[in-house]
Design a protein around this ligand. Structure first.
Ligand SMILES: NC(=O)c1ccc[n+]([C@@H]2O[C@H](COP(=O)([O-])OP(=O)(O)OC[C@H]3O[C@@H](n4cnc5c(N)ncnc54)[C@H](O)[C@@H]3O)[C@@H](O)[C@H]2O)c1
Length: 258
């Protein structure tokens, strides 16, 4: 019996990185998985991988920044599996043009907020009624370590959007606690995924970031998926409203070891 046996799950940004690894892990642990991404072909590849391994998955193309798109995806997933127990609002972007207060263009700010913050709100807005219909459930929102400490490389829109995710998560956790709907945030440290490696695109920038990580290495998407599995499963039945850091010690460090 897997740790998610009998659970129907919904993961956004599931064609790549953390979302992809979570989809594969959740399915291996017995969950039915709605693999949701704006990249429909990428989502279909993940679905194929899951079904070839004997798991259950559907692929759904959706843009989390568009409310009708999120509403349709939630309803399609609920219809496909007959229920929804877990909503993992994980899709996010970090734009190369995101900078400091002066250099960040308004359009960059708006797009980042639309995907990273409004997208999580839409997932909660339409996910909560579905979880309620199932008698409760778990929502996981992907924030970031930059919601807790200022980043060495400025990315103001991204940082502000993730701070919003944390605040929203805490309030939703309190609002829905008596309905058995748990709401937690994940705060990954810097990971070796496409999102960060294309942003830190020189060896110098990568080393500059690693100075802050006591473990001295980037994390792997699968290490975040393992934390998401805990928050999705009944193992975390008394956990709600947390900002769960999975960051190689980054937020605990003042000076890191040589
Ligand atoms: N990589 C890191 O170092 C890091 C650190 C902390 C937090 N995070 C957060 O983790 C989450 C996942 O990041 P990742 O590193 O796996 O990224 P990734 O770029 O590897 O994958 C992100 C996925 O989200 C999808 N996506 C992007 N915008 C979307 C939209 N509007 N609608 C639907 N799907 C969309 C992309 O197509 C892609 O498949 C993000 O919220 C990111 O901010 C990442």
């Amino acid at each position: 019996m897997g740790r998610l046996a009998g659970k129907a799950t919904f993961i956004t940004g599931a064609a790549a990185g953390i979302g992809r690894e979570s989809a594969l892990l959740f399915a291996a642990e017995g969950a039915a998985v709605a693999v949701v991404d704006r990249d429909g072909d990428g989502a279909a590849d993940v679905v194929a991988e899951i079904t070839e391994a004997g798991g259950t998955a559907v692929g759904l193309t959706a843009d989390v920044a568009v409310e009708t798109s999120v509403a349709a995806a939630i309803s399609d997933a609920e219809e496909a599996f007959g229920r929804l127990d877990v909503v993992f609002n994980n899709a996010g972007i970090m734009l190369a043009a995101d900078g400091d207060a002066q250099s960040t263009e308004e359009a960059v700010w708006d797009l980042t907020m639309d995907v990273n913050l409004k997208g999580v709100w839409f997932g909660c807005r339409h996910g909560i009624p579905a979880l309620r219909r199932a008698g409760g459930g778990s929502i996981i929102n992907t924030a970031s370590f930059v919601a807790l400490v200022g980043a060495a490389t400025p990315q103001l829109a991204y940082t502000a959007s993730k701070g919003g995710v944390l605040a929203m998560t805490r309030e939703l956790a309190v609002t829905h606690a008596r309905e058995d709907i748990r709401v937690n945030a994940l705060c990954p440290g810097p990971l070796r995924t496409e999102l960060l490696m294309s942003y830190l695109d020189t060896e110098e920038m990568r080393q500059r970031r690693l100075v802050h990580v006591p473990m001295g290495r980037f994390g792997e998407a699968v290490e975040i998926a393992a934390a998401a599995l805990f928050l999705a499963s009944d193992d975390s039945s008394y956990v709600t409203g947390t900002d769960f850091s999975v960051d190689g010690g980054l937020t605990a460090a003042y000076v890191t070891p040589e």
